[in-house]
Design a protein around this ligand. Structure first.
Ligand code: ADP
Length: 165
């Protein structure tokens, strides 16, 4: 059984993340979207909220599940029985940071393999941070996140998030 772990902050999950989930679900028997606690990043959504948003978003994929983890990713990786770690590469700007992370995983746990996936070009500019900013400023985020995520942003940020048009 080929198990892949897709870790991240998912604050909140976007269509860019989901594009990778869809690709990974075809390549691996089972995919775990692992939501990192990442409290030091002061996320907009709590861990429980981010987990719930991921859980709802992945319902179309029967071999994909959601989980949360705290602490080192390699510890979580070992706990889940070893697998491939999936990360996304949007642009060259992601590369240096992701390479550094992947080499550090390997240093901490020799048999970790990281697999990098590229999203559809239309999602290459998309990040949770940009979505949060656009939402905060009242912009239209319908093309970037599923409906339930848009609603959650609306609730979290107040009426600024555009509901139509
Ligand atoms: P982290 O804080 O761990 O970077 P994110 O939720 O921002 O968490 O991202 C998790 C992973 O998903 C990262 O590897 C990131 O590069 C990737 N990712 C985020 N947005 C996109 C996107 N639009 N297309 C492809 N990969 C993405």
């Amino acid at each position: 059984m080929r198990l892949a772990i897709y870790p991240g902050s998912f604050d909140p999950i976007t269509y860019g993340h989901l594009d990778l989930v869809a690709r990974a679900s075809k390549l691996f028997d089972r995919v775990i979207v692992a939501v990192a606690s990442n409290e030091q990043k002061q996320p907009l959504f709590s861990l429980g909220e981010r987990y719930d948003l991921v859980r709802l978003a992945i319902t179309p994929f029967p071999n994909v599940e959601a989980d949360t983890f705290d602490g080192l990713l390699v510890d979580y990786y070992k706990k889940r029985g070893g697998a491939v770690i999936i990360r996304g590469l949007r642009a060259v700007s992601d590369f240096e940071y992701e390479l550094q992370l992947a080499l550090m995983y390997r240093k901490l746990c020799a048999d970790v393999e990281a697999v990098f996936m590229m999203p559809k070009d239309t999602y290459a500019f998309l990040s949770s941070r940009i979505v949060r900013e656009i939402a905060r400023l009242g912009g239209d985020i319908r093309d970037f996140v599923p409906e339930h995520v848009k609603t959650a942003l609306q609730v979290k940020l107040g009426s600024a998030v555009r509901t139509s048009g």
